[in-house]
Ligand binder design. Sequence first.
Ligand code: SF4
Ligand code: SF4
Length: 505
Amino acid sequence: MSQSSTPSLYAAREPVFPRRVKGKFRTLKWVIMAITLGIYYLLPWVRWDRGPELPDQAVLVDMAGRRFFFFWIEIWPHEFYFVAGLLIMAGLGLFLFTSALGRVWCGYACPQTVWTDLFILTERWVEGDRNARVRLWNAPWSLNKARLRIIKWTIWLAIGIATGGAWVFYFADAPTLLMNLLTGQAHPVAYMTVATLTATTFLFGGFFREQICIYACPWPRIQSAMMDEETITIGYRDWRGEPRGRGARTPRSGQQPPAFQALERMAAPGTLIAQGAAPVAKGDCVDCMACVNVCPMGIDIRNGQQMECITCGLCIDACDDVMSKLGLPRGLIDYFTLQDEQKERAGGQAKAVWRHILRPRTILYTSMWSAIGVGLLVALFIRADIDISVAPVRNPVYITLSDGTIRNAYDLRLRNKNHEPREFALSYTAHAPLNLHVEGVEGISVTVPADETTQVRLYLDAAAQTEAAEAEHSDVRLWVTDITSGERASAETHFNGVAQDHDQD
Ligand code: SF4
Ligand code: SF4
């Protein structure tokens, strides 16, 4: 075989021009888009009064202050378990929704889907619906084509800049950062982040679109492991729709004959619909391609379930519209399960939706999700606004003073999560008596400013030949107590005695 006749392993992408569609799932997608984009763009501008010392931005990842603010909740770096818990809940939530409702996340709420929808919407405003866009795509370059492209790309770029801009506003005071960005005084990292997110939004939403879902995103591969025959997903009732084709159909009992005028309007130009033709045994699918033309992934669901399908339901809206116009029952394409499909094919009845959703797997995911959620809520409400963490000094683990006293040193981090300065007293509990000193401080109390952390070095001394001095390790608990309120917190550590060296010998 000559080189020129070797078939290529790569095929050029077939551009997808989704057609406008109306219906309940399209409306649901618009609502979810408005909510998710509204939250994303507007949240950094919501103010929340925390007093004069703290930022008044409702949601803020304060890198400089090492704090995460979410309305009345303040997460400190040592409380990262809250973030970890929320991430685990997000993961379990995805498992739950995927096992119950398939790729509902991909179809309705994934940022790639939401922004691509927004980009397609602006494309439609500028260039027209599917047919006009296909014509424009195939037309040679002209002044009009260039004008429309420039308008479209300019709007996409503006959306990209707004998207990148909104992201950086979560990491600094939004009004201040906006002024700094506009006057060229923001940190270079802010400009680089905005530029990167502008470029990715522009390219992913405008040009890559369904290719991100098909080739770049690992989620479609992972989630197939979470789906089973009871997962609700999109399917085509081929036992009802086939054999497909245009032409007259036998009206079902109690139904009006198909509305041929409506069918003609939907048919491709040049195709004739045989009004008045003799009824033939045909399925309900009139092969109008409406379901294919509205699909943002460019697939034909009549070929069976496919990895590309994001279960967005737009083909259901399109087909239901066609069925209504033809006077046929809706639901030729529908959300149903593999189990229902087998039952219906055999002439049985589908199970109620709630019985598919309520099953051991989804109940287990819901229980785990709820348990973590309740645990986090409890932890949030019972956590003290005083805290201590201890790092024993390891080099050396102890020193011997001139009178034989054994001294251990500890670095203490004291946190005052209150909005006022507080005076903390330090103390310990241990089996054997010890002496406590704080470096650079008279007495045992330390003042910690409002909403701050203070690090102090603390010494514990055991007199020579006492139990603690001779032992290898003694358990010690260090306490920090608010002198005014009596609120306290503690951390465990241990005291190293000379027996440790004997053991090593
Ligand atoms: S086949 Fe239907 S549900 Fe699947 S992606 Fe296309 S339009 Fe959405
Ligand atoms: S929209 Fe419905 S009738 Fe039209 S081709 Fe698709 S499945 Fe067939």
